[in-house]
Design a protein around this ligand. Structure first.
Ligand code: AHG
Ligand code: MN
Ligand code: MN
Ligand code: MN
Length: 337
């Protein structure tokens, strides 16, 4: 019985197409990442049966109370990747500093950034969560890795993607040649290619934002959302749908599948003055995917992927999705609308 194209087969065929003569190192890296995501999926799906729900009782560098699965997922990625020889170092939402690969293992030429469990607030109520990853080249693999090695603009990513632990477990990634989606076949434990070359519809009437923050938003966002909610009689002349799942991975996946825009703008609160989402392991990887699928990802003032990072956990405003709608929101920021 023939199964579809596995992730392994796809990566090797992509490598032949776009990187003939490459070492194969990168293909192995992606396979090891996929194994980490399968392991996390297994823990997520067992939930309370595995005793992995609820708070870990510890705080992370973000000032968030960590869920048990935040910590477990972080450890799964480290354990699945540190021995492989592909990486020089790793960095994650759940670790304050970078994690050089231990001296016991060979070091490789790539740097891995990841959000081990995105949408943690949903895990205890059984709503979809995910894992986000971003891969950079180490500027100098021959020496001890440094924090500044990670501070590269999003345009330098060699790969970005996410796992979505939803009704189906999916892996969606890009190596710079389009965005491709794989669905886990639990029967054989393989990710099978199900969504080749995903493209985001340019137009949409669906936006995702946490409306509870409306009074704090910057005025262009307040004006845009008010116009959307004015419906057919409003300046935009059409009825919009609003969504908010509170898992960025689930929102971005919906946008890749049927279009839409996602907004987490900066607001007047001190803690959200630069936005809430983290540049290095949320905005950059998701921005890379959205652009590769024909969409746009901006802060309101600039393209996310061109930001020169200043810190590992730096936050940025995020407006991403369907090209025409992001263009429209950008016009509000330029006070052209
Ligand atoms: P994380 O769970 O990795 O900390 O990320 C949560 C993020 C993102 O996934 C989501 O879109 C957003 O926070 C939700 O923020 P609010 O809870 O403020 O709506
Ligand atoms: Mn997150
Ligand atoms: Mn997280
Ligand atoms: Mn978190």
């Amino acid at each position: 019985m023939q199964h579809g194209t596995t992730l392994t087969q796809f990566i090797i065929e992509e490598q032949r197409r776009h990187a003939a003569g490459a070492s194969g190192d990168f293909s192995l890296l992606l396979n090891d990442l996929a194994t980490a995501c399968k392991t996390i999926a297994h823990a997520v799906r067992r939930g309370e049966l595995a005793g992995v729900l609820g708070s870990a009782g510890t705080a992370n560098v973000q000032g968030e109370t960590q869920k048990k699965l935040d910590v477990i997922a972080n450890e799964v990625v480290i354990g699945s990747m540190e021995w492989t020889g592909h990486l020089a170092a790793m960095a994650s939402e759940e670790m304050e500093d970078i994690l050089p690969v231990p001296a016991a293992y060979p070091r490789g030429k790539y740097l891995l950034l990841f959000d081990p469990l995105d949408g943690s607030s949903n895990i205890d109520v059984n709503v979809s969560v995910g894992t986000i990853f971003s891969v950079l080249r180490s500027p100098d693999p021959g020496r001890e890795p440094r924090l500044e090695d990670f501070l590269q603009p999003g345009t330098r990513q060699v790969c970005a993607g996410y796992a979505l632990y939803g009704p189906a477990t999916m892996l969606v990634l890009s190596t710079g040649h389009g965005v491709h989606g794989f669905t886990l076949d639990p029967g054989i434990g393989e990710f099978i290619l199900t969504h080749r070359d995903i493209r985001i519809p340019e137009r949409t009437a669906e936006f995702a934002i946490n409306a509870a923050n409306q009074r704090f938003w910057e005025p262009p966002v307040q004006r845009y959302v008010a116009d959307c909610l004015a419906g057919e009689e409003g300046p935009l002349g059409k009825r919009y749908n609003m969504r908010w799942i509170a898992s960025m991975v689930a929102e971005v996946h919906r946008i890749l599948m049927r279009g839409g825009v996602f907004l987490y703008p900066r607001d007047r609160r001190e803690s959200v003055r630069s936005g809430k989402l983290r540049l290095m392991y949320e905005a950059n990887p998701m921005g890379f995917l959205v652009e590769q699928a024909g969409g746009r990802a901006i802060t309101g003032e600039e393209r996310i992927l061109e930001i020169q990072p200043q810190g590992l956990h730096q936050r940025v405003p995020v407006i991403l999705g369907s090209r025409e709608e992001v263009d429209r929101i950008e016009a509000y920021h330029r006070r052209e609308a």
